[in-house]
Design a protein around this ligand. Structure first.
Ligand code: C2E
Ligand code: CA
Ligand code: CA
Length: 565
């Protein structure tokens, strides 16, 4: 609005000054200030825009705003404002719903105080309106921008075609620090780390706290070498230890980075790639900085673009995803007893994309659990069709550790199994040793719950990680699947034969069956058959094939012997 003629310029200057002082309060809090003598107010521009108020400067703003307050909350609002203007109250703290331009209501808390003049007469009424529906962009512990701010800043770089280097870095074993030294000490470590990071790397861009001990930096100028040097210095500093309360705490760090100068992507894909590099740093590189796909940049771009297309499909009816089924046969009779569902992606631009090219990158993506549900539902539906011909048919479905991390994971599995009326003992969930990244208590609860209802559990790629046996000790597996890497040369290699025999002994200790993957020749089959293995899977019997092909073979050839060579 135009300033009313009778509002003196001097008063306006003062109003603006005070308003600026109030505005320092900051992020996601709207500020208002009313000069009570003239009933002229100034309100935050963001609030004016979100709710469609007449302008930043308003006369009788209290009455104007009342129109936006939910009818049920209006009486309380009105009384509160009246009390302020009648001099009956000197502060104000009320919650109400306010209507946005799109007609939806936000829940807001409005707090304010009266500032009096030298004579004790009310002069200004000012305060803040906090919108609870809006996610805050500031992390309260460190004062840094948080995950929402991080995503927003990546999006705006992408939108403005501004190249950036993004780095996700974090404190390893934060939960251990919390357990041993207490949450208070953990918080001090986080604060100290955030501060130091901002001063030593983040000063070249923005610093963010994502969650837990994970932080990020976005910079438009930092090169890979500069980042690497700065990160090494940071590592050395924190390895030297921090004095926190009475304790001395040394920190181990992990970091992943990605350079983006192609904008045909979105913030979630960027984050998935970063998480992949970060996990790689943590699991395989002992904390060294890992650049996402440390290859040619053009390669890099193509990869990110492809991943983006794939993740987008999840939200577009899983378009392009389908399952193939690889038969599993009884090792003695060589009859078909089940199959493993294996995910594929195919579209016109990229052709068929094997799962290894996208699952490891999307595992950490928030869309992955949704894809996981689709896989489970589709695989079980497929298995039901096969069971109509072969009632004892078992379906194996691969899980990613990130699916198991979700609080509703077991409920989701049970809902799917029940809604499809599938016999739980014919479903086997395969997990890999990567699940040890999760909280063991959580995993124990989940696996116990699933097995109590009859669902089977397999430990996939046994022997490829470094804590296979440890995991068998902690979790109840029905089957261990021996990776094909251990049997490739079994016909000529005495050592491989010994190793596989050892695996069989280990499985016996834990009362588990053994399934050997990657059977490619009759020779491999003969040797392994004599070892007393439970089941086989491999190209010798069949590559992963369409559901229809399995059904077709079951119908037209010798029943369950259809894959015997
Ligand atoms: P995996 O679970 O170990 O699956 C077995 C892989 O070995 C499959 O590759 C299969 O095609 C291949 N294979 C089987 N027999 C032979 C053989 O005789 N010779 C050779 N050379 N290879 C054989 P695929 O389908 O490319 O899957 C790769 C990995 O992707 C899987 O390894 C699994 O870790 C992951 N994956 C596949 N589908 C899913 C899924 O639905 N969910 C999740 N979370 N992961 C999946
Ligand atoms: Ca598997
Ligand atoms: Ca496997």
């Amino acid at each position: 609005m135009d300033m009313p003629g009778q509002y003196p310029a001097e008063r306006k200057r003062r109003l603006d000054e005070l308003f600026d002082a109030f505005s320092i309060i900051g992020d996601d809090t709207y500020v208002y200030l009313c000069d009570m003598r003239y009933d002229i107010s100034r309100w935050s521009r963001t609030l004016v825009e979100s709710y469609g108020l007449p302008g930043e400067y308003m006369h009788a703003a209290g009455e104007i705003w009342e129109e936006y307050v939910h009818p049920e909350d209006r009486k309380a609002y009105h009384e509160g404002i009246d009390a302020i203007f009648n001099g009956k109250a000197s502060d104000h703290d009320i919650q109400y719903r306010a209507k946005r331009t799109d007609g939806e209501y936000d829940v807001c808390t409005c707090r304010g105080i009266v500032i009096s003049d030298q004579d004790g007469q009310p002069e200004y009424f000012g305060g803040a309106i906090r919108n609870h529906s809006k996610q805050s962009h500031i992390d309260t512990l460190t004062g840094l921008r948080n995950q929402y701010g991080f995503f927003e800043d990546i999006m705006s770089h992408i939108k403005n075609n501004t190249p950036m280097r993004v780095c996700v870095l974090g404190i390893g074993k934060l939960s251990e620090i919390n357990e041993v030294h207490g949450y208070g000490a953990g918080n001090i470590v986080i604060q100290h780390f955030g501060r130091y990071l901002m001063d030593h790397i983040g000063n070249r861009g923005g610093t963010y706290r994502l969650d837990g001990g994970k932080f990020a930096v976005i910079s438009e100028t930092l090169t890979y070498d500069e980042l690497k040097n700065a990160y090494e210095a940071l590592r050395a500093y924190f390895r030297g230890g921090l004095s926190v309360e009475d304790a001395f705490i040394a920190l181990e760090l992990n970091a992943g980075t990605l350079y983006i100068d192609d904008f045909n992507t979105d913030e979630q894909t960027v984050y998935s790639c970063l998480n992949f590099a970060y996990d790689d740093s943590k699991i395989r590189k002992h904390g060294d900085l890992v650049e996402f796909q440390n290859k040619l940049t053009s390669d890099n771009k193509a990869r990110v673009e492809k991943l983006h297309a794939i993740r987008t499909s999840v939200n577009h009816g899983f378009d392009g995803f389908y399952l193939l089924y690889q038969p599993v046969v009884d090792a003695q009779t060589e009859k078909l007893i089940g199959a493993e569902a294996l995910l594929r992606f195919k579209n016109e631009k990229y052709g068929m994309v094997p799962p290894d090219a996208f699952i490891p990158f999307l595992e950490m993506d928030p869309v992955f659990p949704k894809l996981g549900e689709w896989i489970l539902r589709t695989a079980i539906s497929g298995a039901k069709a096969i069971q109509s011909v072969l009632p004892d048919f078992q379906i194996n479905v691969n899980l990613s550790y990130s699916q198991m991390e979700k609080a509703d994971f077991t409920d989701t599995v049970w809902n799917i199994v029940k809604s499809l009326g599938f016999p739980p003992e014919k479903l086997c969930l395969e997990v890999t040793e990567r699940c040890r990244l999760l909280d063991m208590d959580l995993l124990k609860n989940e696996t116990t719950n699933l097995r109590a209802g009859g669902i089977r559990l397999a430990l996939d790629d046994f022997g490829t990680g470094f804590s296979s046996v440890g995991l068998l000790k902690s979790l109840p597996f029905d089957t261990i699947k021996v990776d094909r890497g251990f049997v490739q040369k079994i016909e000529e290699d005495e050592q491989e034969r010994k190793l596989v025999n050892n695996f069989i002994d280990v499985a016996k200790v834990f009362d588990a069956d053994v399934c050997v993957e990657g059977i490619e020749t009759a020779g491999m089959r003969d040797i392994l058959k004599s070892f007393g293995i439970h089941s086989f899977q491999g190209y010798y019997y069949s590559k992963p094939i369409e559901l229809e092909s399995i059904l077709e073979r079951l119908r037209t050839s010798a029943g369950a012997l259809c894959f015997r060579k």
